[in-house]
Ligand binder design. Structure first.
Ligand code: MN
Length: 160
């Protein structure tokens, strides 16, 4: 009898555990944001909805620009160059980074990406999941960004 009671309790515990949604299960687009979304990026340099929040403004002491960009699913930057390079730190979501002529790199929460100086590239969210990225641009006295053409739907679709 004692054993039967124990079995019933265990079965009930299993059923309860299965019905309860795991706290780690969240909507894939419900990304954690550390910083406010900020200003929407202009259509001339971004496809889709991307938002920039400045954290460290460029000045003559640090010569370093730091900010956060949130890309909604499908959003991406134009092709561009950073004269002094750029470091990306992905804090949530899934996205793409591609250097011209190279295969796309899938980027995820926790990834750190170095974009070397004067290398044509783009970055943005994946089709189905957004991307939260911190960017650091050092040595801003050499320049910050040189914008080029948009990443076309055809170029973007090649990543999937
Ligand atoms: Mn870049």
């Amino acid at each position: 009898m004692k054993q039967l009671f124990l079995i019933v309790v265990i079965v009930l515990m299993v059923i309860t555990a299965c019905n309860k949604k795991s706290p780690n299960m969240k909507d894939k687009n419900d990304l954690n944001n550390i910083f406010p979304a900020g200003q929407k990026g202009p259509a001339e340099t971004f496809t889709g909805n991307a938002y920039n929040y400045n954290l460290v403004p460029d000045d003559g002491l640090y010569n370093t620009l730091v900010g956060n960009v949130y890309f909604e699913p499908g959003a991406r930057s134009n092709w561009h160059i950073h004269p002094a390079g750029q470091i990306l730190i992905i804090t949530d979501g899934v996205g793409y980074h591609q250097v011209k002529g190279q295969a796309v790199q899938i980027i995820r929460k926790g990834d750190v990406i170095k974009c070397p100086p004067n290398v044509l590239h783009w970055h943005g969210a994946s089709k189905d999941t957004g991307l939260q990225q911190l960017y650091i641009i050092p040595n801003t006295e050499k320049g910050i960004v040189d914008w080029k053409q948009a990443v076309t739907d055809e170029e973007y679709k090649q990543q999937q």
